[in-house]
Ligand binder design. Structure first.
Ligand code: NAG
Ligand code: NAG
Length: 153
């Protein structure tokens, strides 16, 4: 009983940083910028998304389907949004990775809830590495469970 409580606690701690990270930014293999926004929309709200970034004090709207607001012309045809499973949206932006300013704040808004993350250009990770990182808690848990199992059999 105590042991399983302990295992639950460890599991919770390992999963928490992943769960609370509702926005992530990375660079795809082909050089496109990818912003994943995994805010869970409230059940009673119309689902809508808005991706933007802020360079210093200047905010630019990259892609949205909020009725009444429009993204900046320079991003049309360059950005694309797809739905993520089980919830959230992924925005990809072509052709800006090379010219990103040093320090950028990426923001996304889903049904009125906002998440933001500040990433320096030099710290932009390739998406393949990010997905490895996101999977790693599971390999940790698997090893842990195997260890517990083995020491008791
Ligand atoms: C925005 O797009 C999503 C997914 O394509 C759709 O479910 C939602 O209704 C759209 N929202 C608006 C305000 O058009
Ligand atoms: C980047 O910008 C954010 C928000 O404006 C600021 O808090 C942070 O200190 C800046 N980082 C660097 C390294 O300039």
């Amino acid at each position: 009983m105590l042991k399983s409580l302990f295992a639950c606690g460890v599991l919770g701690v390992l999963l928490m940083p992943v769960q609370s990270q509702q926005i992530s930014v990375c660079v795809e293999d082909d050089g496109d910028l990818r912003v994943d926004c995994q805010i869970e929309p409230k059940a009673n709200k119309i689902s809508s998304y808005e991706f933007s970034w802020s360079l210093g004090t200047k905010e630019a709207l990259i892609n949205t389907n909020v009725s009444g607001s429009a993204s900046e012309a320079q991003f049309r045809d360059k950005s694309e949004v797809v739905e993520l499973d089980p919830h959230g949206y992924r925005m990809t932006l072509k052709g800006f990775t090379e010219t990103l300013p040093h320090n950028t704040t990426y923001m996304c808004k889903i049904s009125g809830q906002v998440e933001s993350i500040n990433v320096e250009r030099d710290h932009l990770a390739p998406c393949s590495a990010v997905s490895m990182f996101l999977k790693s808690p599971w390999s940790w848990i698997t090893s842990l469970l195997l260890l517990v199992y083995h020491t008791h059999s």
